[in-house]
Design a protein around this ligand. Structure first.
Ligand code: P6P
Length: 335
Protein backbone atom coordinates (compact mmCIF):
# COMPACT_ATOMS: atom_id res chain seq x y z
CA UNK A 1 0.00 0.00 0.00
CA UNK A 2 1.40 3.44 -0.87
CA UNK A 3 0.45 6.88 0.39
CA UNK A 4 2.16 9.94 -1.13
CA UNK A 5 4.50 11.73 1.29
CA UNK A 6 4.72 8.71 3.54
CA UNK A 7 8.21 8.51 5.05
CA UNK A 8 10.44 5.58 4.11
CA UNK A 9 10.23 4.34 7.68
CA UNK A 10 6.41 4.36 7.64
CA UNK A 11 6.40 2.68 4.22
CA UNK A 12 8.70 -0.13 5.39
CA UNK A 13 6.55 -0.83 8.45
CA UNK A 14 3.30 -0.70 6.49
CA UNK A 15 4.55 -2.99 3.73
CA UNK A 16 6.83 -5.44 5.50
CA UNK A 17 4.02 -7.98 5.82
CA UNK A 18 3.98 -8.24 2.03
CA UNK A 19 7.60 -9.41 2.11
CA UNK A 20 7.66 -13.20 1.87
CA UNK A 21 10.76 -13.69 4.02
CA UNK A 22 11.61 -12.63 7.55
CA UNK A 23 10.54 -9.02 7.15
CA UNK A 24 12.16 -7.71 10.30
CA UNK A 25 15.70 -8.29 9.08
CA UNK A 26 14.97 -6.89 5.62
CA UNK A 27 13.43 -3.78 7.14
CA UNK A 28 16.54 -3.30 9.28
CA UNK A 29 18.64 -3.83 6.15
CA UNK A 30 16.81 -1.18 4.12
CA UNK A 31 17.06 1.16 7.11
CA UNK A 32 20.82 0.58 7.28
CA UNK A 33 21.14 1.39 3.58
CA UNK A 34 19.05 4.51 4.15
CA UNK A 35 21.43 5.68 6.88
CA UNK A 36 24.57 5.02 4.84
CA UNK A 37 23.00 6.77 1.83
CA UNK A 38 22.43 9.91 3.90
CA UNK A 39 26.06 9.92 5.09
CA UNK A 40 27.39 9.40 1.54
CA UNK A 41 24.98 12.01 0.19
CA UNK A 42 26.40 14.58 2.61
CA UNK A 43 29.94 13.80 1.48
CA UNK A 44 29.06 13.75 -2.25
CA UNK A 45 27.44 17.17 -1.90
CA UNK A 46 30.63 18.49 -0.29
CA UNK A 47 32.76 17.13 -3.16
CA UNK A 48 32.55 20.46 -4.97
CA UNK A 49 34.53 21.96 -2.14
CA UNK A 50 37.41 19.58 -2.62
CA UNK A 51 39.79 22.41 -3.58
CA UNK A 52 39.09 23.96 -0.22
CA UNK A 53 38.81 20.70 1.71
CA UNK A 54 41.77 19.09 -0.07
CA UNK A 55 41.82 16.47 -2.83
CA UNK A 56 41.79 12.75 -2.19
CA UNK A 57 44.99 11.65 -0.49
CA UNK A 58 45.64 15.14 0.91
CA UNK A 59 44.62 16.30 4.36
CA UNK A 60 41.77 18.78 4.42
CA UNK A 61 41.51 22.04 6.31
CA UNK A 62 40.49 20.10 9.42
CA UNK A 63 43.64 18.02 9.04
CA UNK A 64 41.51 14.95 8.18
CA UNK A 65 42.64 12.60 5.43
CA UNK A 66 40.57 13.43 2.36
CA UNK A 67 39.36 10.11 0.96
CA UNK A 68 38.39 9.39 -2.61
CA UNK A 69 34.60 9.34 -2.53
CA UNK A 70 34.30 5.81 -3.79
CA UNK A 71 36.63 4.63 -1.01
CA UNK A 72 34.61 6.69 1.46
CA UNK A 73 31.26 5.32 0.20
CA UNK A 74 32.58 1.75 0.22
CA UNK A 75 33.77 2.06 3.83
CA UNK A 76 30.55 3.72 5.00
CA UNK A 77 28.22 1.09 3.52
CA UNK A 78 30.35 -1.83 4.73
CA UNK A 79 30.70 -0.33 8.23
CA UNK A 80 26.98 0.47 8.55
CA UNK A 81 25.89 -2.97 7.37
CA UNK A 82 28.50 -4.73 9.52
CA UNK A 83 27.86 -2.72 12.69
CA UNK A 84 24.14 -3.48 12.63
CA UNK A 85 24.84 -7.20 12.30
CA UNK A 86 22.01 -7.65 9.85
CA UNK A 87 23.82 -9.50 7.10
CA UNK A 88 26.11 -12.52 7.13
CA UNK A 89 28.17 -11.37 4.15
CA UNK A 90 28.91 -8.40 1.88
CA UNK A 91 30.47 -8.21 -1.58
CA UNK A 92 31.46 -4.82 -2.95
CA UNK A 93 32.56 -3.78 -6.42
CA UNK A 94 35.41 -1.99 -4.62
CA UNK A 95 36.63 -5.20 -2.91
CA UNK A 96 38.42 -8.10 -4.60
CA UNK A 97 36.57 -10.73 -2.56
CA UNK A 98 33.51 -11.01 -0.31
CA UNK A 99 33.47 -10.14 3.41
CA UNK A 100 32.13 -12.69 5.92
CA UNK A 101 30.43 -11.08 8.92
CA UNK A 102 30.44 -12.94 12.24
CA UNK A 103 27.56 -11.52 14.27
CA UNK A 104 28.82 -11.16 17.83
CA UNK A 105 25.86 -12.50 19.83
CA UNK A 106 24.57 -15.45 17.75
CA UNK A 107 27.20 -16.85 15.39
CA UNK A 108 26.28 -16.18 11.76
CA UNK A 109 22.50 -16.27 12.39
CA UNK A 110 21.70 -13.65 9.73
CA UNK A 111 20.12 -14.85 6.51
CA UNK A 112 20.96 -12.16 3.95
CA UNK A 113 23.95 -11.21 1.85
CA UNK A 114 24.33 -7.79 0.19
CA UNK A 115 26.20 -6.97 -3.02
CA UNK A 116 26.92 -3.30 -3.53
CA UNK A 117 28.39 -0.84 -5.98
CA UNK A 118 29.02 1.91 -3.43
CA UNK A 119 29.54 4.79 -5.85
CA UNK A 120 28.75 3.99 -9.46
CA UNK A 121 29.97 6.58 -11.95
CA UNK A 122 32.35 8.04 -9.37
CA UNK A 123 34.54 9.61 -12.08
CA UNK A 124 31.64 12.03 -12.59
CA UNK A 125 32.05 13.49 -9.10
CA UNK A 126 35.00 15.68 -10.18
CA UNK A 127 32.80 17.31 -12.85
CA UNK A 128 29.72 17.67 -10.63
CA UNK A 129 27.61 15.11 -12.50
CA UNK A 130 25.23 12.83 -10.59
CA UNK A 131 26.41 9.44 -9.33
CA UNK A 132 24.72 6.55 -7.57
CA UNK A 133 24.86 3.59 -5.20
CA UNK A 134 23.44 0.23 -6.32
CA UNK A 135 22.57 -2.67 -3.99
CA UNK A 136 21.34 -6.22 -4.40
CA UNK A 137 20.11 -8.53 -1.62
CA UNK A 138 19.89 -12.34 -1.56
CA UNK A 139 19.09 -14.96 1.04
CA UNK A 140 22.15 -17.08 1.77
CA UNK A 141 22.15 -20.59 0.26
CA UNK A 142 24.64 -22.14 2.72
CA UNK A 143 23.47 -23.25 6.19
CA UNK A 144 22.63 -20.48 8.69
CA UNK A 145 25.19 -20.53 11.50
CA UNK A 146 28.17 -21.20 9.20
CA UNK A 147 30.49 -18.65 7.53
CA UNK A 148 29.28 -17.56 4.07
CA UNK A 149 30.96 -19.00 0.99
CA UNK A 150 31.26 -17.75 -2.61
CA UNK A 151 28.11 -19.76 -3.42
CA UNK A 152 26.06 -17.28 -1.35
CA UNK A 153 27.10 -14.53 -3.78
CA UNK A 154 27.21 -16.34 -7.14
CA UNK A 155 23.42 -16.58 -7.38
CA UNK A 156 21.40 -15.71 -10.52
CA UNK A 157 19.56 -12.40 -10.40
CA UNK A 158 16.21 -14.21 -10.32
CA UNK A 159 17.03 -15.18 -6.71
CA UNK A 160 17.26 -11.56 -5.48
CA UNK A 161 14.88 -10.71 -2.63
CA UNK A 162 15.44 -6.94 -2.92
CA UNK A 163 17.40 -4.46 -5.04
CA UNK A 164 17.67 -0.71 -5.29
CA UNK A 165 19.73 2.36 -5.99
CA UNK A 166 20.41 5.78 -4.55
CA UNK A 167 20.81 8.56 -7.12
CA UNK A 168 22.78 11.57 -5.82
CA UNK A 169 21.39 14.04 -8.34
CA UNK A 170 19.68 17.42 -8.21
CA UNK A 171 17.83 15.69 -5.40
CA UNK A 172 18.80 12.48 -3.67
CA UNK A 173 16.46 9.54 -4.19
CA UNK A 174 16.30 5.99 -2.91
CA UNK A 175 14.47 3.67 -5.36
CA UNK A 176 14.00 0.00 -4.48
CA UNK A 177 11.92 -3.14 -4.90
CA UNK A 178 11.31 -6.22 -2.76
CA UNK A 179 9.48 -7.96 -5.59
CA UNK A 180 6.20 -6.08 -5.17
CA UNK A 181 6.74 -3.14 -7.53
CA UNK A 182 9.19 -0.22 -7.45
CA UNK A 183 8.88 2.81 -5.18
CA UNK A 184 10.96 6.01 -5.13
CA UNK A 185 11.72 8.11 -2.05
CA UNK A 186 13.16 11.63 -2.15
CA UNK A 187 15.40 12.94 0.61
CA UNK A 188 14.40 16.16 2.34
CA UNK A 189 17.93 17.26 3.29
CA UNK A 190 16.65 19.76 5.83
CA UNK A 191 15.01 16.96 7.83
CA UNK A 192 17.23 14.05 6.76
CA UNK A 193 14.05 12.12 5.92
CA UNK A 194 13.15 10.19 2.75
CA UNK A 195 9.55 10.73 1.58
CA UNK A 196 7.59 8.56 -0.87
CA UNK A 197 7.59 10.77 -3.97
CA UNK A 198 7.33 8.19 -6.80
CA UNK A 199 4.97 5.35 -5.84
CA UNK A 200 4.71 2.29 -8.11
CA UNK A 201 7.26 3.44 -10.72
CA UNK A 202 6.76 1.94 -14.20
CA UNK A 203 8.82 2.08 -17.39
CA UNK A 204 6.66 3.51 -20.22
CA UNK A 205 6.20 0.56 -22.61
CA UNK A 206 7.81 2.65 -25.35
CA UNK A 207 10.15 5.62 -25.40
CA UNK A 208 12.20 7.99 -27.51
CA UNK A 209 15.52 8.09 -25.64
CA UNK A 210 18.46 5.83 -26.37
CA UNK A 211 21.49 5.88 -24.06
CA UNK A 212 24.80 4.44 -25.29
CA UNK A 213 28.41 5.62 -25.52
CA UNK A 214 28.47 6.19 -29.29
CA UNK A 215 32.23 6.76 -29.07
CA UNK A 216 32.45 2.95 -29.13
CA UNK A 217 30.18 2.64 -32.21
CA UNK A 218 32.87 1.29 -34.56
CA UNK A 219 33.57 -1.56 -32.11
CA UNK A 220 29.91 -2.68 -31.69
CA UNK A 221 28.33 -5.82 -33.18
CA UNK A 222 26.50 -5.17 -36.46
CA UNK A 223 23.10 -5.73 -34.83
CA UNK A 224 23.78 -2.94 -32.30
CA UNK A 225 25.09 -0.63 -35.03
CA UNK A 226 21.91 -1.24 -37.06
CA UNK A 227 19.69 -0.52 -34.05
CA UNK A 228 21.49 2.79 -33.39
CA UNK A 229 21.00 3.76 -37.06
CA UNK A 230 17.32 2.76 -36.71
CA UNK A 231 17.03 5.13 -33.72
CA UNK A 232 18.58 7.94 -35.78
CA UNK A 233 16.45 7.41 -38.92
CA UNK A 234 13.79 9.97 -39.91
CA UNK A 235 10.71 7.73 -39.94
CA UNK A 236 7.50 7.52 -37.91
CA UNK A 237 8.23 8.85 -34.39
CA UNK A 238 12.02 8.81 -35.01
CA UNK A 239 14.72 10.02 -34.84
CA UNK A 240 14.90 9.40 -31.11
CA UNK A 241 16.93 11.55 -28.72
CA UNK A 242 20.37 10.41 -27.56
CA UNK A 243 20.94 11.02 -23.84
CA UNK A 244 24.02 9.54 -22.11
CA UNK A 245 25.20 10.85 -18.74
CA UNK A 246 27.89 8.22 -18.18
CA UNK A 247 26.27 7.28 -14.88
CA UNK A 248 24.14 4.12 -15.12
CA UNK A 249 21.89 5.04 -12.21
CA UNK A 250 21.09 8.47 -13.68
CA UNK A 251 20.50 7.22 -17.24
CA UNK A 252 18.36 4.35 -15.93
CA UNK A 253 16.35 6.63 -13.62
CA UNK A 254 15.59 9.15 -16.37
CA UNK A 255 14.63 6.40 -18.82
CA UNK A 256 12.34 4.75 -16.27
CA UNK A 257 10.45 8.03 -15.84
CA UNK A 258 10.45 9.20 -19.48
CA UNK A 259 10.80 5.95 -21.44
CA UNK A 260 14.04 4.84 -23.06
CA UNK A 261 16.71 2.19 -23.48
CA UNK A 262 20.17 2.02 -21.89
CA UNK A 263 22.82 -0.02 -23.70
CA UNK A 264 26.30 -1.13 -22.72
CA UNK A 265 27.07 -3.71 -25.44
CA UNK A 266 30.10 -5.91 -25.68
CA UNK A 267 32.52 -4.83 -28.39
CA UNK A 268 35.79 -5.75 -30.03
CA UNK A 269 37.43 -3.74 -27.22
CA UNK A 270 35.37 -5.00 -24.25
CA UNK A 271 34.60 -8.64 -25.05
CA UNK A 272 31.93 -8.92 -22.32
CA UNK A 273 30.90 -5.30 -22.07
CA UNK A 274 31.87 -3.16 -19.06
CA UNK A 275 29.08 -3.47 -16.50
CA UNK A 276 29.30 -6.05 -13.73
CA UNK A 277 26.57 -8.68 -13.57
CA UNK A 278 26.34 -8.93 -9.78
CA UNK A 279 26.81 -5.31 -8.69
CA UNK A 280 25.10 -3.37 -11.52
CA UNK A 281 23.16 -5.49 -14.02
CA UNK A 282 21.22 -7.86 -11.74
CA UNK A 283 19.90 -5.19 -9.33
CA UNK A 284 18.98 -2.82 -12.17
CA UNK A 285 17.37 -5.73 -14.05
CA UNK A 286 15.26 -6.66 -11.00
CA UNK A 287 14.06 -3.05 -10.72
CA UNK A 288 13.45 -2.82 -14.48
CA UNK A 289 11.31 -5.99 -14.60
CA UNK A 290 9.40 -4.94 -11.48
CA UNK A 291 8.66 -1.68 -13.32
CA UNK A 292 7.35 -3.54 -16.40
CA UNK A 293 10.60 -3.02 -18.31
CA UNK A 294 13.08 -5.53 -19.75
CA UNK A 295 16.76 -6.25 -19.08
CA UNK A 296 18.69 -8.56 -21.42
CA UNK A 297 22.27 -9.40 -22.27
CA UNK A 298 21.28 -10.06 -25.89
CA UNK A 299 18.89 -12.96 -26.48
CA UNK A 300 18.98 -13.90 -22.78
CA UNK A 301 17.31 -12.40 -19.71
CA UNK A 302 19.97 -10.84 -17.45
CA UNK A 303 18.47 -12.36 -14.31
CA UNK A 304 18.75 -15.92 -15.69
CA UNK A 305 22.54 -15.74 -16.16
CA UNK A 306 24.36 -18.17 -13.84
CA UNK A 307 27.29 -16.14 -12.44
CA UNK A 308 30.77 -17.65 -12.73
CA UNK A 309 32.80 -15.11 -10.73
CA UNK A 310 32.21 -12.06 -8.52
CA UNK A 311 33.35 -9.38 -10.96
CA UNK A 312 31.94 -10.95 -14.12
CA UNK A 313 31.03 -8.43 -16.82
CA UNK A 314 28.10 -8.86 -19.24
CA UNK A 315 26.56 -6.91 -22.11
CA UNK A 316 23.53 -4.98 -20.81
CA UNK A 317 20.41 -3.65 -22.57
CA UNK A 318 17.65 -2.36 -20.33
CA UNK A 319 14.55 -0.19 -20.43
CA UNK A 320 11.17 0.20 -22.12
CA UNK A 321 9.80 -3.15 -23.24
CA UNK A 322 9.13 -2.27 -26.91
CA UNK A 323 12.57 -0.65 -27.35
CA UNK A 324 14.45 -3.63 -25.88
CA UNK A 325 12.42 -6.05 -28.02
CA UNK A 326 13.16 -3.96 -31.15
CA UNK A 327 16.88 -4.08 -30.32
CA UNK A 328 16.65 -7.87 -29.94
CA UNK A 329 15.11 -8.08 -33.44
CA UNK A 330 18.26 -6.41 -34.83
CA UNK A 331 20.58 -8.62 -32.77
CA UNK A 332 18.75 -11.78 -33.87
CA UNK A 333 19.32 -10.91 -37.54
CA UNK A 334 23.02 -11.54 -37.15
CA UNK A 335 23.73 -13.53 -34.03
P1 P6P B 1 31.76 4.62 -20.41
C1 P6P B 1 30.37 4.12 -14.64
O1 P6P B 1 31.76 3.84 -14.64
C2 P6P B 1 29.67 2.99 -15.38
O2 P6P B 1 29.89 1.80 -14.70
C3 P6P B 1 28.19 3.30 -15.54
O3 P6P B 1 27.67 3.99 -14.45
C4 P6P B 1 28.15 4.12 -16.81
O4 P6P B 1 26.91 4.02 -17.50
C5 P6P B 1 29.28 3.51 -17.64
O5 P6P B 1 30.19 2.92 -16.71
C6 P6P B 1 30.01 4.55 -18.44
O6 P6P B 1 31.04 3.89 -19.16
O7 P6P B 1 32.69 3.57 -20.97
O8 P6P B 1 30.67 4.97 -21.40
O9 P6P B 1 32.44 5.83 -19.84
Amino acid sequence: MTKKNQTLGEFIIENQSSFQYSSGELSKLINAIRLAAKVVNHEVNKAGLVDILGAAGDTNVQGEDQQKLDVFANEKFIKTLTKREIVCGIASEEEDSFISINSSDEKHQNKYVVLIDPLDGSSNVDVNVSVGTIFSIYRRVTPVGTPVTIDDFLQPGNKQVAAGYVVYGTSTMLVYTTGDGVNGFTLNPALGTFYLSHPKMQFPVDGKIYSVNEGNYVHFLQGVKDYIKYCQKEEGDRPYTSRYIGSLVSDFHRNMIKGGIYMYPKSSVTQNGKLRLLYECNPMAFIAEQANGLAVGGKNRIMDIEPKELHQRVPFFCGSRNMVEKLQEFLNKYH
